[in-house]
Design a protein around this ligand. Structure first.
Ligand SMILES: Cc1ncc(COP(=O)(O)O)c(C=O)c1O
Length: 374
């Protein structure tokens, strides 16, 4: 099987733990175990196999995030990454088409192509606050459309889709009979505290939601994700799960229940980090004539357009890393050029020091940045 490189994850795998300043993350500074419970209370936990689709306790709590859902609507997976993989593996046959939001975390595109699908882009328009181009949606649909895949709130832009766009997308899926796959991993990480509606709330039966604890909940190391969808489809996807990881770790299942029991408190912590750090990134970006960064609403991510003639975003990323020890994410890893994504979820002093290295690069390197035109 031909598999295109998932550049974002490859770059992070190679460099994330060796750079001085990692501004390539998209979530907030992670929780500690002691934020969840007294570690000694885990001493008696038996390390047996757990329930393969997730414990009832955990699936009850996840179901509580979606109106009308029960534990039978939920499959617990090894991160949202596995949730996306299983959903696409289950749905896609060679020759199918998927309509896919771009810019995006390109996992679903890469897997769908590997399984033989043709990917038709649904562009997000920078000039329209990164809302989907709904005329392009109509043009991208065909009788072969099997799946419309969105990410809301969006990575990398941090934009939240308008209610009108959500309704139009759900209606388009209903018109064609396509499945709707909504990656909602950043839901709950809205800076203004207004939780993004889930696509499940629109009531279209063929909807799968993927999400997990890595971003809004600050617990990526637990590797807990899920799929929420109609029980018969969830059962079918469980059959695929049997061939991948079978189940999450018993320890993660217990801790994930604890995370969701402390949901309000944890999301409050996330928002406090976002509110404290966003002004740091905002002020810094406003001082950089080579960069235009619109406000981001969700996730600890700012996505901006840079202007440095002759310098591609990949090259910029490589040079920032090798010359200044800072890892950022080039726009090309999300399907758009001349942009960079910066994380602002780290402790403030770390963020400020990392950003100072980025400005230093533009001040002192051979690159001749200029003001973003227009
Ligand atoms: C949109 C999106 N989906 C899925 C993932 C994978 O998340 P997880 O850590 O839950 O596997 C990420 C990680 O960056 C992401 O940004």
């Amino acid at each position: 099987m031909r598999l295109e490189p998932f550049e974002l994850e490859r770059d992070q795998c190679v460099h994330e733990h060796s750079v001085e300043f990692n501004l390539s993350e998209s979530g907030v500074h992670p929780l500690e175990l002691a934020d969840l419970l007294d570690p000694a209370s885990l001493a008696g936990l038996r390390l047996s196999y757990g329930q393969a689709n997730g414990s009832v306790e955990l699936r009850e709590r996840i179901a509580g995030l979606y109106p009308g859902a029960t534990p039978d609507h939920i499959l617990v997976t090894h991160g949202t990454a596995e949730a996306n993989f299983l959903a696409v593996w289950n749905l896609i046959e060679p020759g199918d088409e998927i309509v896919y939001m771009v810019p995006n975390y390109l996992q679903i595109q890469g897997i769908a192509r590997a399984f033989g699908a043709v990917v038709r882009p649904l562009p997000l328009l920078a000039e329209n606050g990164w809302q989907p181009d709904l005329d392009a949606l109509d043009r991208a649909l065909s009788p072969r459309t099997r799946l419309i895949a969105v990410c809301n709130p969006n990575n990398p832009t941090g934009a939240v889709m308008s209610g009108e766009a959500m309704r139009r997308i759900a209606a388009a899926a209903a018109r064609t009979g396509a499945w709707l796959l909504s990656d909602e991993i950043y839901r709950g990480a809205e800076r203004d505290g207004v939780t993004t509606p889930s696509f499940r709330e629109l009531g279209y039966e063929r909807t799968l939601i993927t999400a997990g604890l890595s971003k809004a909940y600050g617990a990526p190391g637990l590797r807990v994700g899920w799929i929420a969808g109609p029980p018969d489809r969830i059962t079918a996807i469980c059959g695929h799960h049997d061939y991948t990881t079978i189940m999450i770790s018993t320890l993660s299942d217990v801790l994930a229940v604890r995370v969701l029991d402390k949901r309000e408190q944890i999301l409050e912590r996330t928002r406090a980090i976002l509110k404290a750090n966003w002004p740091i990134l905002r002020r810094w970006a406003d001082d950089q004539p080579w960069l235009r960064m619109p406000d981001s609403r969700a996730g600890a991510i700012g996505f901006g357009r840079f202007h440095a003639p002759g310098l591609g975003s990949r090259e910029l990323g490589d040079r920032l890393r090798s010359e200044k020890g800072v890892l950022i994410v080039p726009g090309s890893f999300f399907g758009v050029e001349s942009h960079i994504r910066l994380n602002y979820g780290a402790p403030a002093s770390y963020l400020e020091a990392g950003l100072a290295r980025v400005s230093e690069f533009f001040r002192t390197s051979l690159v001749r940045p200029s003001r973003v035109p227009g």
